[in-house]
Ligand binder design. Sequence first.
Ligand SMILES: [Zn+2]
Ligand SMILES: [Zn+2]
Length: 307
Amino acid sequence: MRALRYWFDSHLQQQDSYADRAGIDWLRIIPFIGLHLGCFAVFWVGTSTVAVAIAVGLYLLRMFAITAFYHRYFAHKSFKTSRWLQFLFALIGASATQRGPLWWAAHHRQHHRHADKDKDPHSPKQGFIWSHMGWFLSRKHFKADLSLVPELARFPELRWLDRYDIAVPVLLAVSLYAIGESLAVWQPTLNTSGWQLVIWGYFISTVLLIHATLLINSLAHRLGRRRYQTQDDSRNNFWLALLTLGEGWHNNHHYHAASARQGFYWWEIDISYYLLLCMKSVGLIWDVRTIAKEKRDAPQICREAGQ
Ligand SMILES: [Zn+2]
Ligand SMILES: [Zn+2]
């Protein structure tokens, strides 16, 4: 613990010139470390097909809630939906243990306003580890600036999710325990238990989900191709797009952030967008914004014309 603290402190001290940071909040980092250590309990609880399937299913469902709703809907208003579906996906997103929708959207809007400049909450220019996880463990970024999300802050149910952001993850873990214990009694051939489902379905699934999401802040501003000459260092990265259901087309996204579609061409796999199209076809969402073909093709047209 002491070595880890020294490592963080020395890392942040090197970066002092970039911004006025408050430093790591050690009281808040303990649950984050606990989340990672909890994964090692897999050696005691063991593995079963049902536990791994639930972990994968919860990863995909919650990644969709984060990418399609926390990001494309709450932060960028790239489509419209009903209040109940807005709440449902805010609830699923909150179970991803990435704080509440207002906190998430407010920090993300700040990122787009100041991308890779001094006021960006998580630019890799301020250190790779900082951009990946130092920033949200600091006191400076603990509170959300609600003036950045006024249209969302008027919903009391969203404010509640933000205020009690630990409630939904705890509820998920308790539910997994209850399901696992019930299966152990009623379906013993599945070879599972309450703690096994908690470790796989919550701890392992959530740690993978958190780091995959965080890679968009860190790696997607470092590694990949730049189709558009945006004012930041954003990149398009196929592997990150697969891992995050479409968020890896990050240079596309910084070029036209209002688009619900981030894979601009058919070969740019964007699973969140395909699922949003399914939801649109049955009337669950509407007014889905995309990018105009002329704007999308502008750099290619310039290249072909030799400009
Ligand atoms: Zn970015
Ligand atoms: Zn964005």
